[in-house]
Design a protein around this ligand. Sequence first.
Ligand code: NAD
Length: 289
Amino acid sequence: MAKLIDGKAVSAQVREEVKQAVAQRVASGKRAPYLAVVLVGDDPASASYVRGKARASTEVGIESDTLTYDASISEAELLDIVAKLNNDAGVDGILVQLPLPDHIDDRKVIHAIDPAKDVDCFHPESVGTLVIGLDGFQPATPAGIVELLKRSDIETSGAHCVIIGRSNIVGKPLANLMLKKGLDSTVTVCHSRTKDLPGIARQADILVAAIGRANFVTADMVKPGAVVIDVGINRVDDDTRERGYRLVGDVDFDAIEPIASHITPVPGGVGPMTIAVLLQNTLMAANRA
Ligand code: NAD
């Protein structure tokens, strides 16, 4: 039976640490860190994520405002808003909620954010800093996974970490973090063109699934005793639920839980860590300013 890695509990611990550090900062006479969140359009999922981020910020003493704009805003207007936030010394972190409407180039907007305020760690300079292994902002979901591993006392040094998925927000940045000095894993990244993916997955001491397909990782892909981290969030129909669906990960939890040494549940595993890392990044931005 695998040990369950409790993302809610670890996230609460990290948020408490940020709260104490913010309180110390304020007690020393400095102002509270300030996060500007930019929300364009009325996508309910984006609005809900943004509310969660604002609430979590307030809880740890980080001030934040959500700047909301109609979906019809032009790219030039949005770039102008980002430039104003860049130049405002009272703003420590800038987060532009993605996706943006089709007529706006996400990349142009992300690249316009001052790297010193890039708390989402999406700017090419932040990504470069990560790849070189220098200290900087942490990519939220990958750094959340690393916190889960560290605080569960999982040995990463020399471990073979197999990551399934090569996205820019999970797979690639996680590969770079796991390679960093201090974590020192041997990393393999698998993707949709990988040959014999089950055979490679079975070599993993730490197996991370970030694909976006329910039950993609089956028991035959897991070495007994492996640590299994499930990043996926997938909706599957469920008539027993009032909303008609439930959320599951990419891992066949019931089949793998008996053979893994540690496993993250979905929900309640990797998900809660993302906001905790955003708060850490915002505090870091303020302390560096
Ligand atoms: P993505 O769609 O950008 O990338 C998916 C990756 O899976 C791609 O690199 C692709 O090569 C790989 N893939 C697809 N089909 C495959 C196959 N048949 N075999 C091997 N590899 C295959 O997705 P993403 O943004 O990285 O997100 C992945 C999942 O993680 C989604 O379910 C998403 O909702 C979830 N997610 C969760 C969090 C969190 O906080 N828990 C954060 C980000 C993403």
